[in-house]
Design a protein around this ligand. Structure first.
Ligand code: 5AD
Ligand code: SF4
Length: 503
């Protein structure tokens, strides 16, 4: 008898880090013989990789779990798992509310998903849980925090990557910033920096597998720094690092402080750019405005294939609000950074995030956010209504006192100003031919159109829509821009483009 191939359905919510985590989990499951499916009803394992940043992201998952109670009654053998930040944040409470959940796995324990699914299928041992709990915040060194996730990154399967042309590579995990509204330092734990050799190797393997664009990921990506004085533990073995001059030194040696070496974020960027010349585009997200040195801007300016694009969330244009958000910078410091970036990296595009309706935000604070959007010329801004998150410093100290209608109206007004600014940024590209990495068929395309509308991105991360064959997906093609709208540029495939540095 042919044995039934087990199918896994995984739905991802939230940020790019979750998109990458999902890809790694699916790769690990494929390695154990599972097949991916887009049909939840035919799956043997149903997983949700979740986000806790705002309440509405969590409500969507509650909705999904509710839908599954019926399926679970009919097919109790189907394994239902909640992965990621909600699992970590809610823990056993989630199991109590949703008995249909068999598996809870926090973002730091995802390498254990295949084993936990197997345990769940095998026995009557009840729901399987793998959560970091307090351990998540205990240490910021890779070895002390355990190498579970490092193993997951290292075992990445290259099978799926050719389809996209573009791939994410994690360089830091967790966050130490403790912005007062944010749940991430609790769910993803202390900031940990991956060894540069692991990162460069992963990038090289991706490029060898056909990837043309790599986006380095970190909650505060520019905060990356790796101290080569520290030893790392992989699978329980202390691995000596190669010291300056090629000699290996162990943790004991490093305590003598012999030529202790640091790899800063700018060093890492330069190293990837130099050591992997076949890589056509290198990006990074998300940058934190406080740790952004000129060394990073200089490497961007000097390296042709590093994209001139920054995602630099400001959150508010009011110093009073920024202080209460615990962001650690002032509006004038932020504006000075934007000016430095524009001076050192010609043509750089900048995107931002804003939270509207933060506790105590009044109309004049909000007007300052409107002014900042106009002054900084962001290519786009993601605008979020403040969502109080349990156990964050803001939830404990500050009343969520801006009424929902006011939050909604500020959200619309800020997006309206951003729309004008985005259109102006887009207009600068009219009548130019720019290189575009084709990402796929446009979801905004007209289904009646006779030819396929493709969607891609410029070096500066601007969306470009144009007609063409799906064979172009994953390739960089020159596109002549003939229309600039608020959300995207429109154009047509053209003769060779101006060069890789064109934003
Ligand atoms: N409420 C609303 N938006 C939030 N963000 C983070 N936490 C919250 C919250 N509690 C937004 C920030 C951040 C983005 C990823 O999500 O703008 O940059
Ligand atoms: Fe959250 Fe602030 Fe860390 Fe970003 S920098 S993940 S907003 S705590």
């Amino acid at each position: 008898m042919i044995s039934h191939v087990k199918k896994v359905y995984l739905e991802t919510f939230g940020c790019q880090m979750n998109v990458l985590d999902s890809e790694l989990v699916l790769g690990a499951l494929e390695g154990r013989g599972y097949q991916r499916t887009g049909q939840r009803d035919e799956a043997d394992v149903v997983l949700f990789n979740t986000c806790s940043v705002r309440a509405n992201a969590e409500h969507k998952v509650y909705g999904r779990l509710g839908e599954l109670s019926h399926l679970k009654r009919k097919h109790p053998e189907v394994v239902v798992g909640v992965l990621g930040c909600m699992a970590e944040r809610e823990g056993a409470d989630l199991l109590q509310r949703f008995p249909q959940v068999d598996l809870l796995v926090g973002p730091g324990e995802l390498d254990r998903v295949p084993d936990l699914i197997a345990a769940s299928r095998d026995g009557n041992s009840g729901p399987q849980q793998a959560l970091a709990g307090d351990r998540a915040r205990r240490s910021s060194t890779l070895d002390a925090a355990g190498d579970n996730l490092e193993r997951l990154d290292l075992s990445r399967s290259m099978d799926a990557v050719q389809r996209h042309g573009s791939a994410y590579v994690r360089i830091t995990r967790g966050c130490n910033k403790f912005c007062s509204y944010c749940v991430v330092p609790r769910t993803r734990g202390a900031e940990i920096h991956r060894p540069p050799d692991h990162i460069v190797d992963e990038c090289r393997r991706l490029v060898d597998a056909g990837v043309v664009e790599i986006t380095l990921l970190g909650q505060t990506v520019n905060h990356y720094r790796f101290d080569h004085g520290a030893s790392i533990v992989v699978a329980g073995v202390v691995q000596p690092q190669v010291g300056p001059g090629g000699g290996a030194f162990t943790r004991a040696d490093s305590s003598f402080n012999v030529g202790r070496k640091l790899t800063r974020f700018s060093d890492l960027l330069a190293r990837i750019h130099e050591e992997i010349p076949q890589l056509q585009r290198l990006r990074f997200v998300t940058s934190f405005p406080r740790d952004f040195g000129d060394d990073i801007l200089q490497v961007m300016a000097d390296s042709e294939r590093i994209c001139n694009y920054l995602h630099l969330p400001v959150q508010s244009g009011s110093d009073r609000v920024l202080r209460r958000m615990n962001r650690g910078y002032s509006v004038s410091e932020y504006r000075e950074l934007v000016a430095r970036a524009r001076a050192l990296v010609p043509g750089v595009t900048i995107a931002s995030d804003f939270i509207v309706g933060f506790p105590g935000e009044d109309e004049s604070d909000f007007q300052q956010s409107m002014d900042l959007v106009r002054a900084c010329g962001f290519k786009n801004s993601y605008v979020f209504k403040y969502s109080e998150r349990p156990d964050t410093p803001a939830a404990g100290r500050l009343a969520d006192d801006v009424p929902e209608e006011v939050k909604k109206s500020r959200n619309h007004r800020l997006l309206a100003v951003q729309a004008e600014v985005s259109t102006a940024v887009h207009r600068q590209h009219l009548d130019r031919t720019v290189p575009v990495l084709v990402e796929g068929v446009s979801p905004r395309g007209n289904p009646e159109a006779t030819r396929t509308q493709l969607s891609g991105r410029t070096v500066g991360d601007l969306i470009v829509l144009f007609e063409g064959s799906t064979d172009l997906v994953g390739h960089i093609v020159p596109v002549a821009i003939h229309e600039a709208r608020q959300l995207a540029l429109h154009g047509a495939v053209a003769a060779p483009a101006e060069g890789p540095g064109t934003p």
